[in-house]
Design a protein around this ligand. Structure first.
Ligand code: ADP
Ligand code: MG
Length: 351
């Protein structure tokens, strides 16, 4: 349904102008797009037999982002990256994006353009095309809904439900960076008063962590590799935090797990931040969401082959534990070598 940004409100944005601009700037079509922006619905060709993978996310101002601290381009980038990451966790290839917007009366077309610039910056490396959306006015802040469409060869999709007792637990990249970056952003302007003896955080480390929070990388190539070579038995992307997302795999697969806290891959910047703020970096890694790394399981039979292939592809993967029977629950091996139940949201228990 056409919604009236221009006529219903005194917004500076006219819906039809907005759509025309979006079409011109971001609506370039590949041969697989029969109809993109500008008709009642988009039409795309699909390869016979492929499975379509679909995901959608809704971001609300004040709940998921705060315009006093975040820039529109970064919000757009993160919105697209979060959906791309869901596609990555399925082992699929992202293809098309649809964006539904509710724009407050105070919203400007410059803000909308910044938002799309950020979204398309996240999409471009994966050749994902904007093929449609919807636009409305809003009386209570911005709403940004992003839908991504992807595809995967039949029976190659990765699910949360495939982990088996004895499988090894792996994670891509490093974890905890995004939370450290968010905490850094929240403490701006930077602390001037450092206690004597407190390590300081270099500008390079600060930049890295803030970048990891504002512009996360969806692990598309890693997900495709894990699915196409049939290596992973299950996968999920880390959006709620390692502790919570591991639980999702365990629940869906009806298994337990053992997590080796000493093996968690932490970046030098995350370690430096934790040291400077007297925090436990493992707590950041366990509870910090929005790293958008992949958590996956594979059979020990495929361990050597997978680690060798990851090296060849230059994918960073780290073995951080193993799958156990359901009755084992979700346990963590702490610094003292003892096993304890993994706290759901807090690492306090292990301090
Ligand atoms: P309808 O009345 O059929 O919903 P619209 O006027 O809302 O038609 O949309 C016209 C075209 O513009 C459609 O192709 C739609 O997908 C696209 N579109 C509308 N809003 C957006 C948006 N915010 N981002 C991208 N495409 C949009
Ligand atoms: Mg519409």
């Amino acid at each position: 349904m056409a919604s009236k940004v221009g006529t219903k409100t005194r917004s500076q944005i006219r819906e039809f102008d907005l759509i025309r601009t979006l079409q011109q700037r971001h609506g370039r079509k590949s041969p697989s797009v029969i109809r993109g922006i500008g008709d009642d619905a988009a039409v795309v060709t699909s390869e016979a037999g492929r499975w379509s993978v679909l995901t959608t996310d809704l971001l609300a101002e004040g709940i998921h982002f705060d315009l006093r601290t975040a820039m529109m381009a970064d919000i757009g980038f993160r919105a697209a990256a979060a959906n791309l990451s869901d596609i990555a966790a399925m082992g699929a290839t992202p293809q098309y994006i649809l964006v539904a917007l509710a724009i407050p009366r105070t919203g400007t077309s410059d803000q909308v353009q910044q938002l799309y610039r950020g979204m398309m910056a996240a999409c471009r490396p994966h050749h994902v095309q904007l093929i449609g959306g919807d636009t409305s006015a809003s009386d209570c802040g911005w709403f940004i809904s992003v839908t991504l469409v992807g595809m995967v060869p039949p029976r190659k999709a990765l699910f949360r439900s495939g982990a088996r007792n004895g499988d090894l637990l792996y994670v891509t990249g490093t974890i905890g960076d995004s939370l450290a970056g968010l905490m850094l952003l929240n403490e701006r302007p930077p602390r001037k008063t450092q206690r004597p003896g407190t390590p300081t955080l270099s500008p390079r480390h600060q930049q890295f962590l803030i970048g990891r929070h504002l512009r996360p990388t969806a692990r598309i190539a890693e997900g495709q590799w894990l699915s196409s070579d049939r290596l992973a038995t299950s996968a999920i992307d880390i959006s709620d935090g390692l502790s919570g997302d591991l639980r999702h795999i365990c629940e869906e697969s009806h298994v337990g797990a053992e997590l080796d806290l000493g093996a968690l891959p932490l970046s030098p910047a995350c370690r430096a931040y934790a040291a400077a703020r007297r925090l436990d970096p493992v707590a950041l890694a366990l509870t910090g969401g929005e790293d958008y790394e992949l958590l996956f399981t594979l059979s020990p039979r495929h361990q050597a082959q997978s680690e060798q292939a990851a090296k060849t592809h230059r994918f960073r993967i780290t073995c951080i534990g193993a799958i156990r029977p359901a009755r084992h629950g979700v346990q963590a091996v702490g610094p003292d070598g003892k096993k304890r139940p993994l706290p759901i949201t807090s690492y306090e228990h292990f301090r």
